[in-house]
Design a protein around this ligand. Sequence first.
Ligand SMILES: Nc1nc2c(ncn2[C@@H]2O[C@H](COP(=O)(O)OP(=O)(O)OP(=O)(O)O)[C@@H](O)[C@H]2O)c(=O)[nH]1
Ligand SMILES: [Mg+2]
Ligand SMILES: [Zn+2]
Length: 301
Amino acid sequence: MAEQAASTGRVLEVSRRYVALFSGATGIVTGMVSSKALDVVVGDLVTFEGRDDGVFVTGVLPASRSLYRSYRGSLKRMGANIDLLCVIAGVGQVLNPVVVDRMLVAAKVQLIPALLVVNKSDLGVGSVEAVTSVYRSIGVDMLFCSAKHGDNLNELERRVGAAGVRVAALCGVSGVGKSTILNQLVPGAKARTGEVSARTGQGKQTTTQPRAFLADPTGGRIIIDFPGVQFFGLSHVAVEQVAAAFPEFVEASARCRFSNCRHLKEPGCAVRSGIDSGEIARWRYDSYLQIVEEIEEAREY
Ligand SMILES: Nc1nc2c(ncn2[C@@H]2O[C@H](COP(=O)(O)OP(=O)(O)OP(=O)(O)O)[C@@H](O)[C@H]2O)c(=O)[nH]1
Ligand SMILES: [Mg+2]
Ligand SMILES: [Zn+2]
Protein backbone atom coordinates (compact mmCIF):
# COMPACT_ATOMS: atom_id res chain seq x y z
CA MET A 1 0.00 0.00 0.00
CA ALA A 2 1.27 3.48 -0.85
CA GLU A 3 2.35 5.42 2.17
CA GLN A 4 -0.27 8.02 3.08
CA ALA A 5 0.57 11.59 3.95
CA ALA A 6 -0.56 12.69 7.40
CA SER A 7 -3.98 14.34 7.47
CA THR A 8 -4.98 17.40 9.43
CA GLY A 9 -7.85 17.41 11.90
CA ARG A 10 -9.49 19.60 14.50
CA VAL A 11 -9.46 18.39 18.10
CA LEU A 12 -12.93 18.00 19.60
CA GLU A 13 -12.09 16.39 22.91
CA VAL A 14 -9.07 15.20 24.86
CA SER A 15 -9.23 12.59 27.59
CA ARG A 16 -5.83 11.56 28.91
CA ARG A 17 -4.07 10.37 25.76
CA TYR A 18 -7.27 9.77 23.81
CA VAL A 19 -8.38 12.38 21.33
CA ALA A 20 -11.51 12.82 19.24
CA LEU A 21 -10.95 14.84 16.13
CA PHE A 22 -12.67 15.93 12.97
CA SER A 23 -11.35 16.15 9.46
CA GLY A 24 -13.28 16.84 6.29
CA ALA A 25 -11.88 13.66 4.74
CA THR A 26 -12.61 11.18 7.52
CA GLY A 27 -15.33 12.78 9.64
CA ILE A 28 -14.99 12.21 13.39
CA VAL A 29 -12.26 9.76 14.39
CA THR A 30 -10.74 8.86 17.70
CA GLY A 31 -7.08 8.28 18.20
CA MET A 32 -4.20 8.55 20.60
CA VAL A 33 -1.55 11.19 21.13
CA SER A 34 1.69 9.59 19.95
CA SER A 35 3.95 11.36 22.45
CA LYS A 36 3.50 12.80 25.92
CA ALA A 37 5.49 15.81 24.76
CA LEU A 38 2.59 16.98 22.60
CA ASP A 39 0.31 19.50 24.30
CA VAL A 40 -3.05 18.89 22.66
CA VAL A 41 -6.16 20.87 23.62
CA VAL A 42 -9.63 21.24 22.18
CA GLY A 43 -9.65 23.49 19.11
CA ASP A 44 -6.09 22.59 18.09
CA LEU A 45 -5.35 21.61 14.53
CA VAL A 46 -3.27 18.45 14.59
CA THR A 47 -1.67 16.09 12.13
CA PHE A 48 -2.67 12.45 12.44
CA GLU A 49 -2.05 9.20 10.64
CA GLY A 50 -3.79 5.88 10.49
CA ARG A 51 -1.53 2.95 11.33
CA ASP A 52 -2.25 -0.74 11.66
CA ASP A 53 -2.82 -0.35 15.40
CA GLY A 54 -5.00 2.77 15.24
CA VAL A 55 -5.03 6.47 14.61
CA PHE A 56 -2.21 8.56 16.07
CA VAL A 57 -1.85 12.30 16.54
CA THR A 58 1.67 13.10 15.45
CA GLY A 59 1.90 16.87 15.69
CA VAL A 60 0.16 20.06 16.73
CA LEU A 61 0.05 22.97 14.29
CA PRO A 62 1.00 26.38 15.72
CA ALA A 63 -2.11 27.76 17.41
CA SER A 64 -3.28 31.31 17.79
CA ARG A 65 -5.86 32.77 20.15
CA SER A 66 -5.46 30.15 22.87
CA LEU A 67 -7.33 30.66 26.11
CA TYR A 68 -5.01 30.41 29.13
CA ARG A 69 -5.73 30.25 32.82
CA SER A 70 -3.42 29.97 35.83
CA TYR A 71 -4.36 27.08 38.01
CA ARG A 72 -2.60 26.03 41.22
CA GLY A 73 0.67 27.62 40.24
CA SER A 74 0.79 26.36 36.68
CA LEU A 75 -0.36 27.72 33.37
CA LYS A 76 -3.13 25.81 31.65
CA ARG A 77 -3.95 26.16 27.97
CA MET A 78 -7.67 25.48 27.86
CA GLY A 79 -8.53 25.76 24.18
CA ALA A 80 -6.99 26.92 20.91
CA ASN A 81 -7.76 28.91 17.79
CA ILE A 82 -10.83 30.49 19.36
CA ASP A 83 -12.48 32.96 16.99
CA LEU A 84 -15.23 34.01 19.40
CA LEU A 85 -15.25 33.56 23.16
CA CYS A 86 -18.78 33.67 24.52
CA VAL A 87 -18.50 34.56 28.19
CA ILE A 88 -21.76 33.28 29.59
CA ALA A 89 -23.30 34.86 32.65
CA GLY A 90 -26.78 34.33 33.98
CA VAL A 91 -29.47 36.22 35.78
CA GLY A 92 -29.59 35.35 39.47
CA GLN A 93 -26.87 34.17 41.81
CA VAL A 94 -24.88 32.80 38.91
CA LEU A 95 -23.93 36.31 37.73
CA ASN A 96 -20.35 36.57 38.90
CA PRO A 97 -18.76 39.81 37.62
CA VAL A 98 -15.37 38.88 39.07
CA VAL A 99 -15.14 35.82 36.82
CA VAL A 100 -16.64 37.71 33.86
CA ASP A 101 -14.04 40.47 34.25
CA ARG A 102 -11.27 37.91 34.37
CA MET A 103 -12.46 36.06 31.29
CA LEU A 104 -12.71 39.35 29.40
CA VAL A 105 -9.10 40.07 30.36
CA ALA A 106 -7.95 36.59 29.28
CA ALA A 107 -9.67 37.09 25.93
CA LYS A 108 -8.24 40.56 25.38
CA VAL A 109 -4.68 39.47 26.17
CA GLN A 110 -4.86 36.80 23.47
CA LEU A 111 -6.80 39.07 21.06
CA ILE A 112 -9.80 36.75 21.14
CA PRO A 113 -13.03 38.62 20.31
CA ALA A 114 -15.39 38.25 23.28
CA LEU A 115 -19.16 38.36 23.55
CA LEU A 116 -20.83 38.62 26.94
CA VAL A 117 -24.00 36.54 26.95
CA VAL A 118 -26.41 37.12 29.80
CA ASN A 119 -28.57 34.00 29.87
CA LYS A 120 -31.77 33.25 31.83
CA SER A 121 -33.37 36.53 30.81
CA ASP A 122 -36.72 34.81 31.54
CA LEU A 123 -35.94 35.31 35.24
CA GLY A 124 -36.05 39.08 34.70
CA VAL A 125 -33.05 41.20 33.81
CA GLY A 126 -33.88 43.98 36.25
CA SER A 127 -31.83 42.36 39.01
CA VAL A 128 -28.62 42.47 36.93
CA GLU A 129 -29.13 45.91 35.38
CA ALA A 130 -26.66 47.60 37.71
CA VAL A 131 -23.90 45.32 36.46
CA THR A 132 -24.85 44.97 32.80
CA SER A 133 -25.26 48.72 32.34
CA VAL A 134 -21.61 49.11 33.33
CA TYR A 135 -20.51 46.54 30.77
CA ARG A 136 -22.63 48.28 28.16
CA SER A 137 -21.16 51.70 29.00
CA ILE A 138 -17.58 50.48 28.56
CA GLY A 139 -18.34 48.97 25.17
CA VAL A 140 -18.44 45.26 26.02
CA ASP A 141 -20.22 43.38 23.26
CA MET A 142 -23.24 41.90 25.03
CA LEU A 143 -26.53 40.14 24.44
CA PHE A 144 -29.33 38.80 26.63
CA CYS A 145 -31.02 35.49 25.95
CA SER A 146 -32.97 32.67 27.48
CA ALA A 147 -31.84 29.20 26.48
CA LYS A 148 -34.84 27.75 28.25
CA HIS A 149 -37.43 29.83 26.40
CA GLY A 150 -35.49 30.38 23.19
CA ASP A 151 -35.51 34.16 23.53
CA ASN A 152 -32.92 35.89 21.35
CA LEU A 153 -31.14 32.63 20.56
CA ASN A 154 -31.30 33.45 16.85
CA GLU A 155 -29.12 36.47 17.55
CA LEU A 156 -26.62 34.31 19.42
CA GLU A 157 -26.75 31.77 16.62
CA ARG A 158 -26.03 34.54 14.12
CA ARG A 159 -22.99 35.67 16.10
CA VAL A 160 -21.63 32.18 16.61
CA GLY A 161 -22.24 31.33 12.96
CA ALA A 162 -20.82 34.57 11.52
CA ALA A 163 -18.37 34.37 8.65
CA GLY A 164 -14.86 33.82 9.97
CA VAL A 165 -15.96 32.06 13.15
CA ARG A 166 -14.65 28.51 12.83
CA VAL A 167 -14.28 27.95 16.56
CA ALA A 168 -16.66 29.48 19.07
CA ALA A 169 -16.39 28.70 22.78
CA LEU A 170 -18.76 28.94 25.73
CA CYS A 171 -17.18 29.65 29.11
CA GLY A 172 -18.42 30.92 32.45
CA VAL A 173 -19.12 29.84 36.01
CA SER A 174 -20.98 26.62 36.70
CA GLY A 175 -24.74 26.74 36.28
CA VAL A 176 -25.09 29.73 33.94
CA GLY A 177 -26.47 27.47 31.22
CA LYS A 178 -23.55 26.86 28.86
CA SER A 179 -24.56 23.30 28.04
CA THR A 180 -28.22 24.27 27.75
CA ILE A 181 -27.24 26.95 25.21
CA LEU A 182 -25.03 24.49 23.39
CA ASN A 183 -27.88 22.01 23.07
CA GLN A 184 -29.98 24.77 21.53
CA LEU A 185 -27.27 25.80 19.09
CA VAL A 186 -26.41 22.23 18.12
CA PRO A 187 -29.56 20.14 17.92
CA GLY A 188 -28.74 16.57 18.81
CA ALA A 189 -25.63 17.44 20.83
CA LYS A 190 -27.18 16.11 24.02
CA ALA A 191 -24.62 17.74 26.30
CA ARG A 192 -25.42 16.93 29.91
CA THR A 193 -27.01 19.79 31.85
CA GLY A 194 -27.46 20.07 35.59
CA GLU A 195 -29.42 21.71 38.30
CA VAL A 196 -28.33 24.78 40.19
CA SER A 197 -28.04 23.93 43.88
CA ALA A 198 -30.87 25.41 45.92
CA ARG A 199 -28.49 25.76 48.87
CA THR A 200 -25.59 27.62 47.23
CA GLY A 201 -27.26 29.10 44.15
CA GLN A 202 -24.29 27.74 42.19
CA GLY A 203 -24.09 25.11 39.49
CA LYS A 204 -22.79 21.66 40.32
CA GLN A 205 -20.06 21.47 37.70
CA THR A 206 -22.05 19.18 35.48
CA THR A 207 -19.67 19.48 32.53
CA THR A 208 -16.35 18.00 33.60
CA GLN A 209 -14.12 18.51 30.59
CA PRO A 210 -14.01 20.70 27.50
CA ARG A 211 -15.85 19.21 24.60
CA ALA A 212 -16.47 20.59 21.13
CA PHE A 213 -19.50 19.86 18.99
CA LEU A 214 -19.80 20.21 15.24
CA ALA A 215 -22.07 23.12 14.42
CA ASP A 216 -22.06 22.22 10.75
CA PRO A 217 -21.33 18.56 10.10
CA THR A 218 -19.54 19.03 6.79
CA GLY A 219 -17.62 22.29 7.20
CA GLY A 220 -16.21 21.51 10.60
CA ARG A 221 -17.33 24.67 12.37
CA ILE A 222 -17.25 23.85 16.10
CA ILE A 223 -18.59 25.14 19.41
CA ILE A 224 -16.67 24.31 22.56
CA ASP A 225 -18.54 23.72 25.82
CA PHE A 226 -16.13 24.40 28.69
CA PRO A 227 -16.66 23.13 32.23
CA GLY A 228 -17.75 25.81 34.69
CA VAL A 229 -15.12 27.44 36.84
CA GLN A 230 -15.49 29.20 40.17
CA PHE A 231 -12.21 31.04 39.83
CA PHE A 232 -10.22 32.09 36.79
CA GLY A 233 -6.54 32.60 37.64
CA LEU A 234 -4.57 35.27 35.78
CA SER A 235 -1.23 35.25 37.59
CA HIS A 236 0.56 34.71 34.26
CA VAL A 237 -0.57 38.06 32.85
CA ALA A 238 1.44 41.31 33.19
CA VAL A 239 -0.16 44.10 35.24
CA GLU A 240 0.09 46.47 32.27
CA GLN A 241 -1.85 44.00 30.14
CA VAL A 242 -4.55 43.79 32.77
CA ALA A 243 -4.92 47.57 32.91
CA ALA A 244 -5.03 47.69 29.12
CA ALA A 245 -7.94 45.24 29.18
CA PHE A 246 -10.14 47.58 31.23
CA PRO A 247 -11.37 50.00 28.52
CA GLU A 248 -12.60 52.58 31.02
CA PHE A 249 -9.14 52.68 32.65
CA VAL A 250 -7.46 53.17 29.29
CA GLU A 251 -9.70 56.14 28.65
CA ALA A 252 -9.09 57.72 32.05
CA SER A 253 -5.35 56.98 32.11
CA ALA A 254 -4.66 59.75 29.57
CA ARG A 255 -5.34 62.05 32.54
CA CYS A 256 -3.15 60.20 35.09
CA ARG A 257 -0.20 62.32 36.24
CA PHE A 258 2.29 59.58 35.32
CA SER A 259 2.18 58.03 31.89
CA ASN A 260 3.18 54.67 33.37
CA CYS A 261 0.60 54.89 36.17
CA ARG A 262 -0.55 51.48 37.37
CA HIS A 263 -3.55 53.06 39.12
CA LEU A 264 -2.50 51.73 42.53
CA LYS A 265 -1.02 54.28 44.94
CA GLU A 266 0.35 56.82 42.46
CA PRO A 267 -0.62 60.46 43.10
CA GLY A 268 -2.78 62.15 40.49
CA CYS A 269 -4.34 58.91 39.27
CA ALA A 270 -7.37 59.64 37.09
CA VAL A 271 -8.67 56.08 37.42
CA ARG A 272 -8.91 56.38 41.19
CA SER A 273 -10.45 59.83 41.00
CA GLY A 274 -12.84 58.45 38.38
CA ILE A 275 -14.23 56.11 41.03
CA ASP A 276 -15.00 59.04 43.32
CA SER A 277 -16.73 60.93 40.53
CA GLY A 278 -18.77 57.85 39.60
CA GLU A 279 -17.25 57.59 36.14
CA ILE A 280 -15.65 54.23 36.94
CA ALA A 281 -17.50 51.45 38.77
CA ARG A 282 -15.85 50.57 42.07
CA TRP A 283 -16.47 46.87 41.58
CA ARG A 284 -14.53 46.96 38.32
CA TYR A 285 -11.62 48.60 40.12
CA ASP A 286 -11.86 45.99 42.89
CA SER A 287 -11.69 43.28 40.21
CA TYR A 288 -8.55 44.92 38.84
CA LEU A 289 -6.94 45.17 42.30
CA GLN A 290 -7.68 41.54 43.02
CA ILE A 291 -5.99 40.45 39.78
CA VAL A 292 -2.96 42.68 40.45
CA GLU A 293 -2.63 41.21 43.96
CA GLU A 294 -2.78 37.72 42.56
CA ILE A 295 -0.03 38.53 40.05
CA GLU A 296 2.21 40.08 42.70
CA GLU A 297 1.69 37.21 45.12
CA ALA A 298 2.64 34.71 42.42
CA ARG A 299 5.81 36.70 41.74
CA GLU A 300 6.93 36.41 45.35
CA TYR A 301 7.33 32.64 45.08
N1 LIG B 1 -34.56 29.86 34.00
C1 LIG B 1 -33.63 29.44 33.15
N2 LIG B 1 -32.87 28.38 33.48
C2 LIG B 1 -31.91 27.99 32.62
C3 LIG B 1 -31.68 28.65 31.39
N3 LIG B 1 -30.64 28.04 30.77
C4 LIG B 1 -30.25 27.04 31.58
N4 LIG B 1 -31.00 27.00 32.69
C5 LIG B 1 -30.90 26.03 33.80
O1 LIG B 1 -29.68 26.24 34.51
C6 LIG B 1 -29.19 24.99 35.03
C7 LIG B 1 -27.74 24.80 34.65
O2 LIG B 1 -27.63 24.64 33.26
P1 LIG B 1 -26.36 23.99 32.54
O3 LIG B 1 -26.57 24.15 31.09
O4 LIG B 1 -26.08 22.62 33.06
O5 LIG B 1 -25.21 24.97 33.04
P2 LIG B 1 -23.63 24.93 32.70
O6 LIG B 1 -23.22 26.34 32.57
O7 LIG B 1 -23.38 24.05 31.54
O8 LIG B 1 -23.02 24.32 34.04
P3 LIG B 1 -21.63 23.51 34.25
O9 LIG B 1 -21.56 22.42 33.23
O10 LIG B 1 -21.74 23.00 35.65
O11 LIG B 1 -20.53 24.52 34.11
C8 LIG B 1 -30.14 23.92 34.48
O12 LIG B 1 -31.07 23.60 35.48
C9 LIG B 1 -30.80 24.60 33.30
O13 LIG B 1 -32.09 24.08 33.03
C10 LIG B 1 -32.53 29.76 31.06
O14 LIG B 1 -32.43 30.40 30.01
N5 LIG B 1 -33.47 30.11 31.99
MG1 LIG C 1 -22.20 22.38 31.33
ZN1 LIG D 1 -3.66 55.99 37.12
